[in-house]
Design a protein around this ligand. Structure first.
Ligand code: ADP
Ligand code: MG
Length: 228
């Protein structure tokens, strides 16, 4: 598949090859370059930079461990949401810095909404495939997901969402406001386009969670696993 990748995306892939996967700040940069909304973030390499960034974004913030040795951050207490003060940033930074292969601390804006997962894999038979479902811890419990071969169009996204058992939640349930469906359609079609372009280079992409609210959808986590 001869897809034209932006130069910056190509260089991120090149320098990530030795890790086998693309670190969250780089993965989010790729999303941003592809028209997918992400929370404001900075990769802070020093505690001073982390504090400065948290103040600039405005407390409370989310902080995350960035290390090529840590794919699942929560498993090692590598994510803290709702961080309130400079002191907390300093304490958590010191803890993160003891981790093997510590690269830095991602300091990020808090986002809110229903948690969805948007994923992509390269199926041996079908090629690039897009998945959507209810995200967060619910993923494993409910197994409520929809799959389509990429590329997908806006109508496909609507069908996929409507086929979820949790679809009602997204359309507004028991007086709750509906999520911004146009934003979700935009995010998923952009994701499909990106997946097609990256198909030769990756084995999977997971945006988990995508936080969806009445005012938009943002990818709060991004994991891109590279092909062997
Ligand atoms: P993991 O590597 O463990 O999947 P995540 O980046 O997904 O780490 O963070 C774990 C959880 O923290 C998410 O499922 C979400 O509930 C919450 N979270 C992460 N980023 C944000 C954010 N920017 N705003 C609000 N909550 C967030
Ligand atoms: Mg996650």
């Amino acid at each position: 598949m001869a897809a034209v990748l932006k130069k910056e995306i190509r260089s991120i892939i090149e320098r990530s090859k030795s890790n086998g996967w693309i670190l969250e700040p780089d993965a989010k940069r790729i999303l941003k370059l592809s028209g997918i909304e992400v929370p404001n973030y900075v990769l802070a390499k020093t505690v001073e930079e982390a504090v400065k960034t948290a103040r600039a974004i405005g407390y409370p913030v989310v902080v995350k461990l960035v290390s090529p040795a840590v794919v699942h951050k929560s498993d090692v207490k590598g994510v803290v949401v709702g961080v309130q003060s400079d002191q907390d940033i300093q304490r958590i930074f010191d803890r993160f810095a003891t981790h093997k292969a510590f690269v830095g601390m991602l300091v990020e804006e808090m986002a809110a909404g229903l948690e969805l997962i948007v994923g992509g894999t390269i199926d041996a038979q079908f090629g690039p495939v897009v998945l959507v479902g209810m995200g967060g811890t619910g993923v494993e419990i409910y197994k409520d997901t929809a799959l389509r071969m990429a590329p997908i169009r806006p109508d496909d996204v609507t069908c996929m969402i409507n086929s979820l058992r949790a679809g009602e939640l997204l359309h507004g349930f028991r007086g709750e406001a509906a999520i911004d469906m146009q934003a979700l359609i935009g995010l998923m079609t952009a994701f499909s386009g990106l997946l097609m372009k990256l198909a030769d280079h990756i084995s999977s992409i997971d945006l988990n969670p995508v936080l969806c609210s009445p005012s938009g959808c943002v990818a709060a986590d991004a994991r891109i696993m590279l092909a062997e």
